[in-house]
Design a protein around this ligand. Structure first.
Ligand code: NDP
Ligand code: 2IT
Length: 447
């Protein structure tokens, strides 16, 4: 059987064995065909059935999360943890709390995470988890009770050398605090390295909060540099207004760019003067309000509940909200308006059709598993600090983050060149991430 038939076979088997999991299928279809030249050069990985093993999570945990709301009503949610691959280190990846969470979404995120974590060059395997719980509609006390119930079950699967969760959509420092408190209580261990994204005062790392957004902008800057361009003076749009988006905006502004639009799930704001970051942080981080409240408080800013943020003209677009938010129509609009670079701060925000249009228009495209790797990389740095019972300065940590992002960028480029697709960061990221994991899996035998 030739290489492409083997890949098609592995994909068909994945679809057959994971029915209805559209996002997982999509994530696999983004990676597997890109591996053809790699596998042609490494038939030993075909013999060892590395691709087939990679597509099957090592362990999947699905559990009931019962809790009592503020009215005294019993609520039941579903919790997930997919421990996908531990060839390079303990399972590592965030927890997502959002009503849309299901097994297929957790698997897509876990699958992406394997390659992303490999690209960082740090000792972390891939995993992801979450629950179909919506913290936005809940009081602090409800969020705490939910987190306690979630961790009462999940704790038995975690450990600093086993599985180390962190945040993702709907999970930030508040949730990590409650989760850690319950882990500590039920295990009777202050095991700092079991969760990352902790507040700096008790085991967190400086720059972890900023890391994903900063890292995405750093990666984009490296891409622009290959064409003799910079952020300075450029107009930028960034979707979302959560953790990743806020710190991407902060870094773009620090580099002299101007972010003119951002969004949440209710709509988007356009602010031609440039987003007022202090106001945005106050609205989203302190008051936990909708983005429309930003427009109400900011003269000249306009909120739209309809249409797409990607219709707003820009030279650089950074989708930082959620999967499949940037579709074919959005890509056509971006290209028409002269976009030069698109980098994924979110996981899989661009549909395959959108990526094709951007690539055909020769727009620089940074795939999420490379562009947003700064978050998990800094989580791994947090684990290093925890293991050493140490705390580095913000400057030290940010310098390490910047070095990782530069290395990831270089690795993607050189790997794309090696396999005959210059400038194809998606191919470079998939091939380079795969090679690191495959080498470790082959060396560790059939496990
Ligand atoms: P947050 O919960 O902090 O923010 C999420 C943002 O995206 C909010 O503005 C939210 O709007 C918006 N959003 C979420 N779901 C949807 C939806 N279905 N439709 C439209 N808008 C939506 O999450 P993060 O910033 O942490 O995560 C954003 C993305 O970045 C995700 O794809 C995540 O997987 C990815 N990522 C995160 C990392 C991290 O370190 N946090 C690391 C790497 C990737 P609203 O508030 O209205 O729901
Ligand atoms: O998608 C991601 O890389 C994250 N949500 C961060 C994971 C982590 O372990 O820091």
């Amino acid at each position: 059987m030739d290489v492409s038939a083997r890949i098609e076979d592995a994909y068909a088997q994945l679809v057959r064995r994971n029915p209805g999991e559209a996002e997982f299928h999509q994530a696999a279809l983004e990676v597997l065909p890109a591996l053809e030249p790699v596998l042609a050069a490494h038939p030993e990985y075909l013999d060892a059935r590395i691709v087939e093993r990679l597509c099957e999570p090592e362990r999947q945990i699905i559990f009931r999360v019962p809790w009592v709301d503020d009215r005294g009503v019993v609520q039941v949610n579903r919790g997930f943890r997919v421990e996908f691959n531990s060839a390079l280190g303990p399972y590592k990846g965030g927890l997502r709390f959002h009503p849309s969470v299901n097994l297929g979404i957790v698997k897509f995120l876990g699958f992406e995470q394997i390659f992303k974590n490999a690209l960082t060059g740090l000792a972390i395997g891939g995993g992801k988890g979450g629950a179909d719980f919506d913290p936005k509609r809940r009081s602090d006390a409800e969020v705490m009770r939910f987190c306690q119930s979630f961790m009462t079950e999940l704790h038995r699967h975690l450990g600093e050398h086993t599985d180390v969760p962190a945040g993702d959509i709907g999970v930030g420092a508040r949730e990590i605090g409650y989760l850690f408190g319950q882990y500590k209580r039920v295990t009777n261990r202050f095991e700092a390295g079991v969760l990352t994204g902790k507040p700096v005062g008790w085991g967190g790392s400086y720059a972890r909060t900023e890391a994903t957004g900063y890292g995405t902008v750093h990666f984009t800057q490296e891409m622009l540099r290959t064409r003799g361009k910079r952020f300075d003076g450029r107009t930028v749009t960034i979707s979302g207004s959560g953790n990743v988006a806020i710190y991407a905006i902060e870094k773009v502004h620090a580099l002299g760019g101007r972010v003119v639009a951002c969004s949440d799930s209710f709509g988007y704001v356009v602010d031609e003067k440039g987003i007022d970051l202090d106001l945005l942080k106050e609205v989203k981080e302190d008051r936990r309000e909708r983005i429309s409240a930003y427009a109400e408080a900011r003269p000249g800013a306009v909120f739209s509940a309809r249409g797409s943020l990607f219709d707003v003209p820009c030279e650089v677009a950074l989708p930082c909200a959620t999967q499949n938010e940037l579709d074919e129509q959005s890509a056509i609009a971006l290209v028409k308006n002269g976009v030069q670079a698109v980098a994924e701060g979110a996981n899989m925000p661009c549909t395959p059709e959108a990526v094709k249009i951007l690539r055909e228009a020769d727009v620089l495209f940074g795939p999420g598993k490379a562009a947003n790797a700064g978050g998990v990389a800094t989580s791994a740095l947090e684990m290093q600090q925890n293991a050493a019972r140490d705390r580095w300065t913000f400057a030290q940590t940010e310098a390490r983050l910047a070095a990782v992002m530069t290395d990831v960028h270089t690795l993607c480029r050189t790997t794309a060149d090696r396999y005959g697709s210059p400038d194809d960061y998606a191919l470079g990221a998939n091939a380079a991430g795969f090679l690191r994991v495959a080498e470790a899996m082959a060396a560790q035998g059939v496990v």
